[in-house]
Design a protein around this ligand. Sequence first.
Ligand code: PLP
Length: 856
Amino acid sequence: MSAADWIVLKFGGTSVSTRARWSTIGELAQARLNDGHCVLIVVSAVSGVTDQLKGLIEAEAEHRAALAEQLIARHRAFAVELGLQASVVEPVEQALHALLKSPHAAVRAYPWQAEIFALGELWSSRLGAAFLTAEGVTAGWLDARTQLSAQALPNQGAWARHLSTSCQVQPSPAIAQQLREAGSLQITQGFIARNLSGETVLLGRGGSDTSAACFGALLGAQRVEIWTDVPGMFSANPRRVPEARLLRHLDYDEAQEIATTGAKVLHPRCLGPVRDGAVPLWIKDTQRPELEGTCIDAGGGNGPLSVKAISHRMGVTLVSMESIGMWQQVGFLADVFGYFRQHGLSVDLIGSAETNVTVSLDPSENLLSADNLEALCADLARVCRVKVIGPCAAITLVGRGMRRMLHRLSEVLAEFGEQRVHLVSQSSNNLNLTFVVDEDIAEALLPRLHEHLIRARVMAVDDARLFGPSWESLSQAPVATAARWWERDQARLLEIAASQGPAYVYDLASVRAQAQRLLAISPVDRWFYAIKANDHPALLQALAALGFGLECVSTAELAWVQQHCPELPGSRILFTPNFAPRLEYRQALASGVMVTVDGLHPLQHWGAEFEGAQIALRVDLGPGRGHHDKVRTGGQASKFGLAPADLERARLLAADAGAKIVGLHAHLGSGILDPQHWAEVYAQLAALGERFVDLRWLDIGGGLGVPGSGERELDLAQVAAGLARVKQLYPHWDLHMEPGRYLVADAGVLLARVTQVKDKHGVRFVGIEAGMNALLRPALYDAVHPIVNLSRLGQPATDTVTVVGPICESGDVLGRERRMPAAAEGDVILIAQAGAYGAVMGNRYNRRPLIAEVVL
Ligand code: PLP
């Protein structure tokens, strides 16, 4: 077998975080082995672990042991989920313990930091090798540091030399042969290498892509496959431009340009090694391996002349330097750039005129702070007049032969003609054309520019060799039709909007259907509905009638439940408060519901309240999960739960108070679509349970996500399978779950009529009767709700609009960049997925009345 038979597969954090994903990795590797290839798998750390390690490095020395225990517990629990002995990860645990004791820990020396960061990849690769081998796909474990060596660059400081360095690799048939002899399937770590002194060094954030590319070049591999959570590179950021098209084939330089100018899917540093080694690189979607992906190789530029992509970078700062006497002044630019070097700032774009030079500073390449900008300006002021312009955005058109396409860009240029353009730059390699504009208009421009490029045929989307399907068509969420019950009820809803004004409307049948889906998950012994999501009495009664208990977080919620569901026994009501006053615990205990304690304070200071009580402890298993920082309820910054290190203390305090601990509880966040999340929480919680002799149940929280546009439905069969595996190990404890959003989000819509339409600075605003007073989620969590014009369902979408409410806040925006038919005053706008955390968060800001609620 020749060295060319190697294939390198790289998997990022989310792709190595669950058993199901590791099974997929095993299948992909096996398929390539069956075809006669050798396979090298390069892995990142399990999702969130690098951030946890960063937290440990930054923590004060006395807190590090507890953080280390969390990491150890997390990987041991993952080992259990993978069906492995915890001893598999012992070498990493020993290394961590030794590093904590190292004399370098006190000063956080860079080589010590690199060793700590490296543990994440060492953990995941050890787990992966053991799992695949146990599954019958024998995998060897390779320490990446034995193969990849980094060399410092001349201008690199100590930080970059240890934590953000790069490798130079030459193809080595000898190493390819040596590795093949060690086994045809090997797993190694991304992100880490060694330096010439043999110390561990890091390849910078996103460094696992670079590791895979370096290994590809070293082994002269047939190809490198980067497995990620999107189906490839696109002609624009699909989150902003859903019509963006898959890029099927690119050359190395174009891909480099797209990655450098904004696309996040690939790390720009990884293209150098594969280009130098002439190794094709593929980007593939781990969740949908059957999709074709993007291929990057030397032949990618051979197609027709075309703009391939429009990318953008936010947070760009411009520095404009004006000097009257600059013309023909020898050394002026040398002086100016000397100051940039002195302040460690790398210049990106440059525009020059007789009396002015303007440059841009890209935040991804610079450590930009108000202080160092100020210091730079003070120095520059010695040789010129300085002006700082920002925040700006750089919008870049990428395509080989850009100068030959200029004459076809008239509509694009006309679009920019209406905006303030601070700088235009055409790259000397003829691959890009960049416009720097004010940051706040950039994202609104992208869909329009993309459309112009297609209309003017500058983007050759009809050429199937280059362009694939749109993001929109690739990501149609399968639940979309079931969740669109309101299409069937259009006439009734229009009537409600006409007679009631703005209103929330709930479809009880949808709530019941979701509830039945959950009740089919057999490992769960008891379901609770988190009433904070939507406490409408009709919904509570419907769910209680199906056997759901109810979860409350205040005594007012308890009283509401007791008023509307008086038959519900205390054993089916769970009280999970956070920082509630003492009186609320007293009242809840007196009413006979189950009470959860999530800090030491209540047990320490109010022990008498808990005498004879049966309680649960809420644990923070950190890090939090979910669709937005503000809904993550675990980890260092979160106010919820007890740190695992405090559990023993809580146990002793409860015993002193005469209380029995019968439950352990964890809820780490909302909007989670990873089906393995709950099995992980279950395994971690169960691992903590043995010391509680009275323990009867484990509650693994809610947080079950509802897919938004482009997201896949939560796979409940996988949720159930993961839970069943853990339950086999802990059959003696009941399993509880407490979702809110999953049950009610799609069941509710918000209806509001159009008040006014306004065109300003190229943006069309559609105003409606209800704003952030009615639905706070877009302002609070950047939540994206589907929005349609219910009066014009089925009409073609001709406008791109920003939907706003009547509240005097610039955050009063319900949706940006929405495509819909032209709206007129009085049309009824429907905001979907508004059944959860909608009406309950409604408020009377600006003295606007609360919104009516109607149940169908
Ligand atoms: N349980 C607890 C303790 C919560 O705090 C929450 C939400 O905040 C939930 C359950 C319900 O979460 P979700 O609506 O995402 O299912």
